[in-house]
Design a protein around this ligand. Structure first.
Ligand code: GPW
Length: 840
């Protein structure tokens, strides 16, 4: 359907004019064609997996039409573009989302059924592309969906890892990591661009030459590899716009070194070339943790270097002045991982385009903006100057130049303020010296944002205080959001149906504020019944998933209590399981005939991956599983309590887990969870939250009302004082007796694995309780008591659940992205007319 002006040939032009139709017969024909011509299968030799592949290719054809038209439309209108750079995109499965966004799910359901397949089972065939760790990567995926839906001229740029986040197996209570080679069966959702390849240089040296009295720098030598583009179409909802996620893959450079091949060792020379492919082969599995590996820096630079070449090529397609650059591009850095893009763009402008540094710098910082996602010190990237200078020698020089110019200006404003200068400097004067990527990102951007109000506030008062005093207007907040397409419409089809019926249409999917109108239904008994019925059906589905994956029977009438997120000490899964032990011991102490009167049945579910090298996180998994073993096999407990470790938590499991949850736990130490985004998904799906006043919980409380949540724990302003108190107090005095009792049980070996579990409890015992489990335990117990009281009153719980969901509209990523577009990027929507709605 593309009307490419390059097509001179009249015949070709005419043929490409027509679009594929979406009636049942045409869809079936296209599926069958793909079975025969794409897969080269016959009707006698064709499984449900082949059905998935053929259906995907047929959907892909439709995506590509819209994709090409959209790209051409943006070019034609010469729009200002947004480039969203991220080292991770945690996309989840494509098929259902694509069909829903294209509004073709019903057509395909019918078409596929007649061919002998159930579309829901076909969905299950797809691998879950998991090119991300957790919240940061999933946020990038939600943002793409919203950018497409809001018709923004935006593209995502990332890396096409061959191995995504590892698959987690739980055996005997331990995590095992299995490599996730997700491309085994090809990937119908990508378009390999054989003709889009950019050279990327590593190492080498900088040679200085003099031309017309000016010094010029030439970076040469070292290694060359190629970055090849793989395009992933992203359809918007209720719009024909389809944008692009362009992922780079590394390949050996084409030109070969004639010498090394002739030096005799043919195989050695080939081996060298093979190494190029290794660069984009695996996603680093650390979440919120900087590891400082050279290969990781290579990945970052490959992303940045290829992207900047692509962006500049597009800018230059039209003849124009360089001063227009910031009017034509907005580059958003998803954390500091792609921050070298700042230096790379400056390098290209001064070294290749011959632009004066002062002017080039202005173009750069006006084009860039930076999102910070954490204040945890262990997550802040600081590259040693030796490593960086060796891999990217010219970039290190340019960093020094940027820093020099910047500090000059600072010292004029604050003369002799050495303390301030050293905190603002890009260089950390440690031994060895380090490049602070956050400082580089702030200095090289015109806007810096945190991801929730409390987090953005902390940035300006603590981590980036000195930068804030220098340029207060640079600092903004953009509270995160999640896409209602995947996180309501796809994962909770029944809830979506209820909304559509009640609101008389489905425009709420792109305007979530509409569900607020259901406030008057909260007291309606029919509505409440529907609400409960939907939750129960979702619980039923999870029950089967647990049976299948964990071989545990859970009680459908029990309270489904869930904590799913990456394993991290600051997220305090440890505190959750310590409470669970306390609850277990309390049940055991109660005479058997009183237990059912005193305790409500609960199913406590945990899920999440631990970084392979994070020992304490792995010990927490072991503790959870050991307690689960003990409790689940204790005949005195029966179905009063079950504990489940949900293996391999990922996007597709989340789509089953979240809609089935009644209580979700977001219990980080105040100040440490920048935002959290699963809290938003849970609330949208009618789960209640037990949580601390941290991250976006604070704003969720504002929206849904504190009385509809179970808030507990120290406030962010109290943390420092509590930490001092903790360090100066004997642990047994500082811990409440309930906690001491639990710790003692573990210490006695009641749950087995004494040695490693002792190591774990010692991390909080020796005046070392950094995350303040001891300080918050008591109020956590009280909040849990309230949960039980509330759950006893089914109608009260239901009303709270409804209120949570219908007051959650602020947390749509559409709202977030609109704010980025208006307040940071300065871009507007360009909606392409839908060709099927025109006479053609
Ligand atoms: F450390 N986040 C994440 F800030 O998932 F880079 N991975 C990361 O490596 C980092 C942050 C980083 C998360 C935050 O922990 C979470 O609070 C936030 O909701 C999410 O990013 C999206 O902003």
């Amino acid at each position: 359907g593309s009307q490419n002006s390059l097509i001179q040939n009249e015949k070709m032009w005419k043929l490409m004019q027509s679009y594929i139709k979406n009636d049942k017969e045409t869809i079936q024909q296209s599926i069958v064609n793909h079975v025969e011509y794409t897969l080269a299968k016959t009707r006698f030799d064709f499984s449900i997996f082949h059905a998935y592949q053929a259906i995907s290719h047929s959907v892909r054809d439709r995506l590509i039409e819209a994709f090409n038209d959209t790209a051409q439309y943006f070019t034609h209108h010469d729009c200002k573009r947004v480039y969203y750079l991220s080292i991770e995109f945690l996309m989840g499965r494509y098929l259902q989302n694509a069909l829903i966004n294209l509004e073709l799910e019903d057509n395909y359901k019918e078409a596929v059924l007649e061919l002998g397949y159930n579309l829901e089972s076909v969905y299950e065939q797809e691998v879950d592309p998991a090119l991300g760790n957790g919240g940061l990567g999933r946020l990038a995926a939600c943002f793409l969906d919203s950018m497409a839906t809001l018709n923004l001229p935006a593209w995502g740029y990332g890396i096409r890892y061959s191995y995504g986040i590892f698959r987690q197996l739980i055996k005997d209570g331990y995590q095992y990591e299995v490599p996730d080679y997700w491309l085994d069966n090809g990937n119908p959702w990508e378009i390999e661009r054989l003709d889009v390849n950019y050279p990327i240089r590593f190492y080498g040296y900088v040679r200085k030459i003099h031309e017309n009295g000016k010094e010029k720098s030439i970076w040469e030598g070292g290694e060359l590899v190629l970055a090849r583009a793989y395009d992933n179409p992203i359809p918007g909802y209720d719009t024909y716009n389809t944008i692009n996620l362009r992922l780079w893959r590394s390949l050996p450079a084409r030109e070969f070194d004639f010498n090394s091949f002739n030096q005799g060792d043919y195989f050695k020379a080939l081996e060298e070339r093979e190494k190029a492919e290794y660069i984009t082969s695996v996603l680093y599995p650390n979440d919120s943790n900087y590891s400082g590996k050279e290969l990781r820096l290579k990945q970052q630079y490959l992303l940045v270097c290829a992207t900047i070449q692509d962006v500049i090529r597009r800018f230059k397609k039209k003849k124009r002045d360089w001063k227009e650059l910031p009017e034509k591009i907005a580059v958003q850095l998803n954390d500091t991982h792609p921050a070298m893009a700042i230096v790379e763009l400056l390098r290209v402008l001064i070294d290749h385009e011959g632009i004066e540094i002062e002017f080039a710098w202005e173009l750069v910082y006006k084009s860039f903006s930076y999102t910070n996602h954490t204040i945890l010190p262990e997550a802040l990237e600081k590259w040693g100057i030796d490593l960086l200078g060796n891999l990217l020698p010219r970039h290190l020089e340019i960093v020094y130049i940027i820093n020099f110019i910047f500090l000059e200006k600072v010292s004029k404003k604050f003369p002799n303020d050495h303390h301030r200068l050293s905190s603002l400097s890009i260089i950390e004067e440690s031994n060895p010296k380090k490049i602070r990527m956050a400082n580089l990102s702030i200095i090289g951007s015109h806007a810096v944002n945190g991801v929730a109000e409390i987090h953005s506030k902390l940035l300006t008062t603590t981590l980036f205080k000195d930068f804030y005093e220098l340029r207060p207007k640079k600092f903004q907040n953009k509270t995160n959001g999640v896409t209602p397409r995947r996180w309501i419409r796809c994962c909770n089809v029944q809830l979506a149906q209820l909304y559509t019926e009640q609101l008389g249409g489905d425009t709420w999917v792109t305007d979530l504020t509409q569900v607020r109108c259901l406030e008057n239904m909260v007291e309606d008994p029919d509505f409440q019944n529907n609400w409960q019925r939907i939750k129960r059906q979702n619980k039923e589905q999870l029950k089967w998933w647990v049976k299948e994956n964990c071989q545990i029977d859970i009680n459908i009438d029990s309270l489904f209590d869930v904590q799913v997120k990456r394993l991290h000490e600051y997220k305090r899964q440890f505190m959750n399981i310590l409470y669970v032990i306390h609850r277990y011991l309390s049940i055991k102490k109660t005479p058997a005939d009183q237990r059912h009167a005193k305790f409500l049945p609960r199913t406590i579910m945990f899920g999440g991956k631990a970084a392979p090298g994070y020992i304490n996180a792995k010990r927490i998994i072991k503790l959870i599983c050991s307690v689960a073993d003990k409790v689940n096999t204790d005949s005195e407990i029966g179905d009063l309590m079950k504990i489940v470790y949900l293996p391999n938590y990922n996007v597709s499991n989340a789509q089953i887990i979240i809609p089935a949850t009644e209580l979700s736990q977001h219990i980080s130490t105040a100040g440490l969870e920048a935002s959290g985004t699963s809290n938003m998904k849970f609330v949208m799906n009618g789960s209640l939250i037990i949580g601390t006043m941290d991250g976006a919980n604070v704003e969720i409380a504002e929206e849904v009302g504190k009385e509809n949540m179970f808030i507990f724990g120290a406030l962010v302003d109290e943390i420092e004082g509590l930490r001092n108190h903790m360090r100066n107090t004997e642990p047994s005095q500082y811990f409440p007796p309930e906690l001491n009792e639990v710790l003692q049980k573990i210490d006695e070996g009641f749950f087995g694995a004494v040695d490693e579990l002792r190591e774990l409890i010692n991390t909080i015992r020796n005046r070392n309780d950094y995350y303040l489990l001891g300080a918050d335990f008591k109020s956590y117990l009280e909040a849990q008591k309230k949960v039980d009281e509330c759950y006893k009153n089914k109608s009260l719980w239901t009303k709270m659940s409804i209120r949570n969901a219908i007051r959650s509209s602020k947390f749509s990523s559409d709202r977030t992205i609109q704010q980025y577009a208006d307040e940071i990027w300065g871009v507007k929507a360009f909606q392409i007319p839908n060709p099927s709605q025109n006479a053609r």
